[in-house]
Write a protein that binds this ligand. Structure first.
Ligand SMILES: C[S@@+](CC[C@H](N)C(=O)[O-])C[C@H]1O[C@@H](n2cnc3c(N)ncnc32)[C@H](O)[C@@H]1O
Length: 337
């Protein structure tokens, strides 16, 4: 364990407790205080290790589901020739970016891949590089470059290159931290609006966010706004045929988010024992934007996104689904097994 190597003088039990305390702090920061300064976050080894041993596998899994959907349902394809270029904004130690490298290789796609990771935490970026070179067998023929940058103050320089894939894994919301920022929401939108200019014509921006009502509504509302501002840009997910999220449109008490199964790693289980947090599900808000015309998935009720839990009772599975055509009332559906 990395923690034992970093602090050989501290016993494993004591380290586990330190990591647990750190996780409670991180969870409060994500859910209550929302103070995302470099000093309080990616600058300390313990905070990076806490994140790495607990949240990393979950943001990795969320991006695996999201990018899997981009490939298998939304028609993302690698360029015919040349490298796949990926930009990871707010990369941290690389959970989301590295999960994309891993998925591309697992699918047998063999283009060279260039991952450009951007974060304001140089410690996190250094860790990402270390991880990338320590596990080369998971992502052969890939190159990682890192840029230390505060996304709240992007430079013109950053908009020159074009990417096949731009990802933001649980990072966009951190720009809403309202300390020292006149209008955090404006800054959030500015970043979101700047993304399409960096996409290739076939490229996709894939964004995952924590599953909190205000963040998910804001993600869906802002994604819709960006796609309306640029008539060539389309919303590819979470719904169909460029449709925006009706729940966000009507500021519903329900909010669009994914709930998927995940198998916790042994370390996550061990750390979590006294914390008793939910570790068998990952929850995330999702949005995808791109210039290609969204793949036509039909207009009938047969294609829909599940937006409720599945209930199984006496041979009947029931759920609520949002169908491909824009309908404002969710469709109540049930199927017989
Ligand atoms: C919740 S972590 C997510 C990390 C990673 N994307 C993942 O999937 O696990 C959010 C990341 O955003 C970075 N971040 C937050 N605000 C930022 C800013 N203004 N500029 C650059 N990076 C920022 C943090 O340093 C942190 O690494």
């Amino acid at each position: 364990m990395e923690a034992c190597n970093t602090w050989p003088e501290i016993s494993e039990d004591k380290l586990l407790n330190l990591i647990r305390k750190e996780l409670v702090k991180q969870s409060d920061r994500f859910n209550k205080f929302r103070d995302f300064e470099p000093e309080s976050y990616g600058k300390r080894d313990l905070s990076i290790l806490g994140y790495g041993n607990f949240y990393f596998s979950r943001t990795w899994t969320a991006m695996t589901y999201a990018f899997g959907e981009a490939i298998h349902l939304r028609g993302w394809v690698p360029p015919k020739k040349g490298p796949i270029r990926i930009l990871d904004l707010g990369s941290g130690t690389g959970a989301s970016g590295l999960s994309c490298l891993h998925m591309i290789r697992s699918l047998g796609i063999d283009n060279h891949i260039q991952l450009e990771a951007v974060d304001y935490s140089s410690k996190s970026l250094a860790f990402l590089k270390k991880l990338h070179s320590a596990k080369k067998e998971l992502w052969s023929d890939t190159r990682v470059t890192t840029t230390r940058l505060d996304l709240k103050y992007p430079s013109e320089e950053n908009y020159r290159k074009k990417y096949d894939l731009i990802i933001l894994g649980y990072s966009l919301n951190e720009l809403l931290d309202d300390k020292e920022q006149d209008d955090p929401e404006e800054c959030y939108k500015q970043v979101l609006h700047s993304i399409p200019a960096q996409l290739k014509s076939n490229g996709l921006a894939v964004i995952t966010e924590p599953a909190q009502s205000n963040l998910c509504h804001l993600l869906q509302q802002s994604s819709a706004e960006v796609s309306k501002t640029d008539k060539d840009l389309h919303l590819h997910a979470p719904y169909f045929n460029g449709m925006q999220c009706p729940l966000a449109e009507s500021n519903s008490k329900f909010f669009s988010h994914e709930v998927r199964k995940t198998l916790p790693l042994a370390t996550v289980e061990k750390i979590n024992r006294p914390l008793n947090l939910e570790i068998r599900e990952v929850k995330f808000g999702l949005s995808m934007l791109g210039y290609a015309i969204p793949r036509n998935l039909g207009n009938s009720y047969q294609v829909c996104r599940l937006i409720s839990p599945l209930k199984k009772r006496k041979g009947t599975v029931s759920f609520i689904g949002m169908a491909a055509e824009k309908i404002t009332d969710p469709l109540a559906s049930s199927i017989l097994l």
